[in-house]
Ligand binder design. Structure first.
Ligand code: FAD
Length: 458
């Protein structure tokens, strides 16, 4: 069980989050291990912490690249806190939850205790007010151990919480965000449908205003919804941002907040037996004439297309960062294994083809990591029109992670093909990154459209 100690022991979770940000003496204890949570780290302390805290430390990177991936003390501190959390809480449950296709809801709620469910939300609504770099960092670290758990985190913290935070009114933020950030309510976002995914503006779920009651009536189905159900398919999750057609034009789309207990809202089916991301619950959601008050409309009526595109940009950054966690883990596993394992009297690392697998993977991973952080370090979460590199980072990193996971299995031979070393799970999980949040082909389409509109690259 995770608890915060020291100067923060008796405070509310919101106060704890504020302490995490400002205190120079804060600590966090996870399973009796204590990590310094000060955001005011001295450089030498920071380096010592990194070199001793985790096998996942990128100790061979030059210090300038470390700064690039952790541009401020806040990012350094956040990463070290995440590494402890992942090592102690996420890693031990990952294989079991994957095998049993169970969702670890209590663990996601623990991220609420740490304030991470509202990473990008302004402080006045209970969030941290952090940036796109922090978003990339958290997704990278969680996926080092458990991409499926991270996918559920992404659906809640980015697709729901960040979307309301960027596009909602202050009344809506007061109403919906505190319980979503604390983890009391967990949900996601409904965009895809049984008959349309890539062609998202072809959606048929619709909402019609009843002028007499002033209620909107939502009818249709949403497919593949992460966190769609949290209890194995009996009832829907707590809160969803759902896109629906509200006018005759192709872009006449409006976003609605749909709450668990609304009349006519149910789970169509829990989707089981997925290739990967098995510990993240996916389901079909059904809306049967669900009455929704206007106060639950996020943004303008017929004005959700821009919000949707902007939210897709941060979603794609999160998914690209997840690919980095997968790739880094697979490289660590294959290099350690190849060092230990002997064939023909020498370690596998002595063979050229194995060297090629490890070295090429490292170079590709670093290329992807530089692209992701170059994009994230310059991304203003309130801006839009960043699609080229949102698509580009995800396109590159998803394929990179899958290729590296594949090489990792190959380097481990038969041991790579079974669950123990984790790389087969990461390979299966990585495939989702080529489909969810936009398929590779949709990225090709979007990127060429954007490149054709741009002047020549400089
Ligand atoms: C585990 C999981 C979790 C998900 N979570 C969510 C969620 O929380 N919320 C949500 O809204 N959605 C979610 N999705 C849905 C996901 O975003 C869609 O699956 C994805 O956008 C692709 O849509 P589709 O499956 O309908 O495929 P389609 O769009 O039908 O595509 C099928 C194939 O045709 C190709 N294709 C389509 N159009 C073109 C074109 N113009 N040019 C070239 N090729 C084309 C595609 O690239 C793909 O290869 C999730 C999916 C999965 C698997």
């Amino acid at each position: 069980m995770l608890k915060l100690v020291g100067v923060m022991s008796n405070r509310s979770s919101f106060a704890i989050r504020r302490s995490l940000r400002y205190s120079a003496k804060s600590t966090i204890t996870i399973n009796n291990q204590t990590a310094d949570c000060s955001f005011i780290f001295r450089r030498r302390q920071r380096q010592a912490f990194f070199s001793s805290s985790s096998s996942s430390s990128t100790s061979t990177s030059s210090s300038s690249l470390k700064d690039f991936f952790n541009p401020t003390d806040t990012h350094v501190q956040l990463r070290s806190m995440l590494r402890h959390f992942v090592q102690n809480e996420v890693e031990p449950q990952a294989l079991e939850y994957n095998r049993s296709e169970k969702f670890n809801l209590p663990l996601l709620k623990q991220l609420g205790d740490l304030g991470l469910l509202g990473l990008t939300v302004e402080e006045e609504y209970g969030g941290y007010g952090l940036d796109a770099t922090a978003t990339a960092l958290v997704h990278e670290e969680l996926s080092y151990s458990d991409p499926a758990f991270c996918l559920s985190y992404l659906a809640h913290s980015l697709l729901l919480v960040n979307n309301i935070s960027i596009n909602g009114s202050s009344e809506q933020k007061q109403r919906f965000l505190p319980t979503a950030i604390s983890g009391e309510k967990i949900g996601g976002m409904g965009m895809s449908e049984p008959n349309c995914g890539t062609d998202v503006l072809g959606m048929t779920t619709k909402a019609v205003l009843d002028e007499s009651t002033k209620l909107w009536h939502l009818t249709g189905q949403k497919m593949w919804i992460t966190n769609g159900t949290l209890d194995g398919g009996k009832t829907p999750g707590d809160l969803f941002l759902v896109y629906a057609r509200t006018g005759p034009g192709r872009s006449d789309i409006t976003s609605f907040i749909v709450e668990k207990d609304m009349v006519g809202f149910s789970v169509g089916q829990k989707i089981n037996d997925k290739l990967g991301m098995r510990a993240s619950p996916t389901s079909e959601l059904v809306f049967d004439d669900v009455p929704i008050p206007s106060e639950n409309i996020i943004g303008d009526v017929n004005g959700a297309t821009l919000c949707m595109m902007r939210n897709l940009e941060i979603e794609r950054l999160g998914l690209a960062a997840m690919a980095l966690g997968i790739a880094r883990r697979c490289i660590n596993v294959m290099k350690d294994y190849a060092n230990e394992r002997k064939a023909f009297g020498k370690p596998l690392t002595e063979f050229g083809q194995i060297q090629s697998a490890i070295a090429t993977s490292y170079a590709e991973y670093m290329a992807g990591r530089c692209y992701v952080y170059a994009f994230a370090n310059n991304l203003n979460l309130h801006s839009h029109g960043n699609g080229l590199d949102a698509d580009g980072t995800k396109l590159y990193c998803a394929q990179m992670a899958k290729t590296i996971a594949d090489r990792s299995i190959q380097v481990l031979g038969g041991y790579g093909y079974v669950g123990e070393y984790g790389v087969e799970r990461l390979w299966r999980d990585s495939k989702l990154l080529e489909i969810g949040g936009g398929t590779n082909e949709s990225h090709h389409k979007n990127m060429v459209r954007d490149l054709r509109r741009m002047p020549d690259l400089e």
